[in-house]
Design a protein around this ligand. Structure first.
Ligand code: GLC
Length: 476
């Protein structure tokens, strides 16, 4: 009996070890990818945009089509009561999609001013509506069926990429692997059951092959017809080879099928056209997940591989009228926390049906811009440094460690500096110089072992013109 238990235990240990192995990061071996990844890690702050005909209704992106009963899949509005009526009405949104205020240069100006350095745009979300001029389907923004198709800027993905590229942003194409419009993914013969393919690819290999070809061809279009692309951000992690060790995750998503779309072949084509392309086969650990993407969260500690938190500026990824936007202080502090742990922040704004953002989004970006112009030197190209944070103070370093930054975060009352700020960088190096970013006045400070006590003059304690997070610069 004992030996059986011991054996079972051993099996458990081996298996949990394996699961961990799968969760591990595989560094890219292509030097061009390594180089681009390092460049990307220095950018720290990017813009994410979820946009499509769903924005007309102001509902969640795509998910209301998914026959799963989750909080985020609920159907609302006049067609919500009946699935088939709803799906028809949803797909009909194509005909009225007409964002005549679409002006990507305006977005670039605001994003650039806020200090954002890269953009990731939904070329296609799970609903399958292509926001680019694909030849593989008529369910696209440039189809004659779409109101906006007569507009000279109707190939919106191309317009967005060109506008941001002109201002030296890195360009990222979000692409959903699952496609709920494609008859090769949701075969109309069967009703859709959940988010997954609605037939068994092993039983109908020809149909699955058509889906693979369709996906490959769409990606080839994006990799060849849209200028230089730096990041291919592929969502829908349940579309992947089914492996035993992944079964826990696969079950969670109700998936029983092997949904292998041949990522090695896709990667070969993509990188032949876009040398050094960063691939983000999201939540599929392995050679094609060059960085990981914690969603709506900040990891509690630094990760040992490249990562990016994607976080909404409002509550929703898609445009929702009257959505509640995070405060500028919250956004800046998210950035500081993420950067102190070595990650990037990809902040999402959902454009509305008229083709513009909520005015609140512009206000936030303008505020962030003011802060970043003063404090950006401790953000961009910085690296994490232990102890990463101490209470409300978060650390970064630049120049190989000769500069260290200690960001003191404001609280719900704003940024009020105490008479003495005690900074504990957690190392005993001798401080040469200490300044407060954005403040000309010299500050008195004293290093005492591993504590630096900075005296804050009364005039600076309040109303100092500083906001959100005060950046102390320490030179060693
Ligand atoms: C969530 C949403 C999905 C969105 C993604 C962005 O997974 O369900 O719609 O595209 O976040 O990271």
């Amino acid at each position: 009996m004992k030996s059986i238990l011991a054996f079972l235990f051993l099996l458990f240990v081996i298996n949990s070890g394996k699961a961990q192995q799968h969760a591990e990061y595989t560094p890219p071996d292509d030097p061009a990818v390594q180089q681009k990844l390092a460049q990307w890690q220095d950018l720290k702050f990017g813009l994410f945009m979820h946009w499509g005909p769903y924005s007309e209704w102001g509902v969640v992106e795509s998910w209301s089509l998914c026959p799963e009963d989750e909080g985020w899949t609920q159907r609302k509005g006049p067609y919500g009561a009946d699935y088939n009526t709803y799906k028809t009405a949803y797909e009909n949104l194509q005909t009225t999609f007409n964002p005549t205020h679409f002006d990507p240069d305006k977005w670039v100006r605001a994003a650039k001013d806020a200090g954002m350095k890269y953009v990731v745009f939904t070329t296609k979300h799970h609903d399958g509506f292509s926001m680019f001029d694909t030849k593989q389907t008529d369910y696209k923004v440039t189809s004659p069926k779409t109101a906006f198709s007569t507009n000279p800027k109707s190939n919106v993905a191309k317009e967005i990429f060109n506008s941001f590229r002109k201002e030296n942003f890195m360009i990222g194409a979000y692409f959903s692997k699952p496609d709920w419009h494609s008859p090769y993914y949701w075969w109309p013969y069967f009703p859709p059951k959940d988010r997954n393919v609605n037939y068994d690819p092993a039983k109908y290999p020809e149909r699955w092959q058509q889906f693979k070809d369709f996906t490959y061809n769409q990606l080839q279009e994006l990799m060849t017809g849209y200028g230089k692309i730096d990041i291919l951000w592929m969502d829908g992690g349940w579309v992947r080879p089914l492996r035993k060790a992944d079964s826990a995750l696969a079950h969670e998503m109700g998936n029983r099928y092997n949904q292998d779309i041949d990522m090695p072949k896709i990667a070969k084509m993509a990188r032949a056209n876009q040398p050094g392309l960063i691939m983000v086969d999201r939540a599929v650990p392995g050679a094609y997940e060059n960085y990981t993407t914690p969603e709506q969260q900040v990891p509690a500690a630094p990760l040992s591989y490249p990562w990016e938190s994607c976080i909404t500026m409002g509550n929703s990824w898609s445009y929702v009228p009257g959505d509640k936007y995070k405060s500028s202080q919250q956004i800046v502090q998210l950035l500081v926390k993420i950067v102190s742990r070595g990650g990037n922040l990809l902040m999402n704004i959902g454009p509305g049906p008229d083709g513009d953002w909520d005015p609140e989004a512009y206000k936030r970006l303008a505020d962030i811009g003011k802060w970043i112009k003063v404090n950006g030197e401790g953000i961009y190209a910085s690296k994490a440094i232990a102890p990463y944070s101490d209470g409300d103070i978060f650390f970064t370093q630049t120049n190989g460690g000769s500069n260290e930054y200690a960001f003191l975060l404001g609280n719900e009352n704003g940024l009020i500096l105490p008479p003495v700020v005690s900074i504990k960088p957690g190392n005993a190096r001798k401080v040469q110089q200490l300044t407060l970013l954005g403040v000309k006045q010299k500050l008195k400070w004293k290093q005492d072992g591993d504590v630096i006590n900075v005296t804050i003059p009364a005039a600076l304690q309040n109303n100092s013109g500083l906001a959100y997070a005060a950046g102390f610069k320490i030179k060693y």
